[in-house]
Write a protein of this length. Sequence first.
Lengths: 208, 208
Amino acid sequence: MRRTKAEAKETRQQILLAAEKVFYEKGVAHASMEDVARAAGVTRGAIYWHFANRADLVLELYNSLPMPQEDLIARELEAENADVFGVLERVGREWLELLATDEHRQRILSILLRCDTSGEFAAISERQNDLDDEHMQALEAAFAKAEGQGKLDGAWTPRSAASMLRWVIKGLCSEWLLFGRRFDIASEGKDALHRLFATYASHAPSAR
Amino acid sequence: MRRTKAEAKETRQQILLAAEKVFYEKGVAHASMEDVARAAGVTRGAIYWHFANRADLVLELYNSLPMPQEDLIARELEAENADVFGVLERVGREWLELLATDEHRQRILSILLRCDTSGEFAAISERQNDLDDEHMQALEAAFAKAEGQGKLDGAWTPRSAASMLRWVIKGLCSEWLLFGRRFDIASEGKDALHRLFATYASHAPSAR
DNA sequence: CAACATACAAACAAGGCTGTATGTTAGTTT
DNA sequence: AAACTAACATACAGCCTTGTTTGTATGTTG
């Protein structure tokens, strides 16, 4: 019954896909490893061979998502006269489109959003929190740069602008994912982003 | 061992308090009824006497939170020349302060946010969703009224304004609750609300 | 082509937790 | 004060799960 390495990788992939499906449908807490195994067409033995336990399985699900290249964005923002708002708005749009078109991402993020973050999955949510912290720092720095360029309206501080942006994106995505995707996240999201960045810009040109 | 009615109510209250504490610390999924019973100084028998099961217990926890009087707010907005933005901003501020000062609310909402909404607790999250829907409709109607009064900046539609407001408040509260309350939600929240409503107002008077 | 490691399946052991059924004591009603 | 019932405690049955261990056939390597 021994499989070749390539076949094993495929098995692992099958398990991940099955986990995504089962966890999404039944919830991480209420789905058993047996459920996942059945859905993958293997036994629990296979799962425990490839993954240490359920938490590890969920973690690997999360790791299977390619994340946007942050360093690349950071480099774009390095230039002295970088168009901060332009870059940020574009990055936001790209993220929304990524989410809107990648169903795996949708399901996996739904799983993470719905799962009980205390206890066994604390590690995962902590990693997300750390990432969030980094994002906030980067965002704040970017807005500070815009402020230095005189482009940030006086009503905003770098921190308040960054916070608001994050809250909006998080709220948008959570609502869309948890709520049955009842609206067009790409179009409504881009819309919202555009409005938001318009209010950041110092003294809207009042183009009447 | 039979208790008087008043004592029984107290027992029930103790159980609710214990559940709040235990569920908050260990997570709803990973805490057993026995844990709750011990924390309350009773046995599981008492819990099952007062509550049907764990889901019911959580539901009653949620029900124990007094909710803002929405009809009252609606009435305030009914007046022909009502100050929509003023009322909404005040309501938002009041909600933030309520959350900031009521530790029970903080813990219970944290529990709800962290708990696995699929499966046994689906009913609760559905109720929240329904409430959210109502709020959205009310909000949209309010902004529509402001639009009718010529107070809503042309860049916004009632729907986009309402959505944005909700996303911001939700994002703000979730982050604060899930993230260890690492900032002053009352002050930062009011700040954000004020900025947001300023952008809603048609052509900010540019009070320089 | 041994010898070994890999990739699983199948069996096992153990436990924790839920829900319920039953027991018991003390209020409550008449 | 007897009869009834509310408010629990205790005991029980049973299930489902997890993690592990053992078995085994097959790649893989020297």
